[in-house]
Design a protein around this ligand. Structure first.
Ligand code: DX5
Ligand code: ZN
Length: 218
């Protein structure tokens, strides 16, 4: 596993001041910015679309990590790439042709990620590992911030880490990451962590800095 990349999820930010919030987490030492896209169909919540990603692009110096919880995803991939996404992660469960979708993301000039819901086995990525830049093991059922970390996903992280082998693929987790759960995932081989509520709690840039540092230190 490589150096840990912390990706605050702006789902827990103040949506009325998103540009400012993104600048604040970057100034406070985050590595990537995680953007949760939900369609009210694949998951029971609706968030933001490509126009908001495009509006945030000038405020964001680091990596825009776009997590698409939408189905189908293919018709929207080009819009997210044009909006300035660096990483586009789709769900393995979101469409019938994962291999094709991954190739499409790379052809748009983005890194390609695959997310696995808690009930999805890691075997779905076995035959397309060479088309993947990141595997996201969901540690909650997607849809909302502030849920509890599912310890059941720790063995999956270890198995994915083994499958990755020497390939340059990030292993990310998302959901319920706190200074208490982060070390468990790190020990299981995770090198990128998404954290929403644990980063934005307190509501000021100073809190964000302390919260990011607490996760990194743990
Ligand atoms: C869940 C989202 C997450 C979520 C994480 O559907 O994909 O990124 O915002 O939030 P916390 O860290 O609060 O569990
Ligand atoms: Zn996410």
């Amino acid at each position: 596993a490589r150096d840990l990349k912390i990706a605050p999820s702006i789902l827990s930010a103040d949506f009325a001041r998103l540009g400012e919030e993104v600048r604040a987490i970057e100034e406070q030492g985050c590595d990537w910015v995680h953007i949760d896209v939900m369609d009210g169909h694949f998951v029971p919540n609706i968030t933001i679309g490509p126009d908001v990603v495009a509006a945030l692009r000038p405020h964001c110096k680091t990596v825009m990590d776009c997590h698409l919880m939408i189905s189908p995803a293919d018709p929207y991939l080009e819009a997210f790439a044009k909006a300035g996404a660096d990483i586009i992660t789709i769900h393995a469960e979101a469409g019938p042709h994962l291999d094709r979708s991954l190739q499409y993301i790379r052809s748009l000039g983005c890194k390609a990620g695959v997310a696995l819901n808690p009930s999805t086995p890691e075997s779905v990525i076995e035959y397309c590992l060479d088309k993947i830049d990141m595997v996201l093991v969901m540690t909650v059922n997607p849809g909302f911030g502030g849920q509890k970390f599912l310890h059941s996903q720790l063995p999956k992280m270890e198995r994915v880490r083994k499958m990755i082998g020497e390939r340059p693929i990030w292993l990310q987790i998302d959901g319920g990451v706190t200074p208490e759960t982060a070390p468990l995932a790190r020990a299981a081989g995770v090198d990128s962590m998404v954290a929403g509520s644990a980063v934005f709690k307190g509501g000021t840039p100073q809190h964000y800095g302390e919260n990011i540092a607490a996760i990194r230190k743990a």
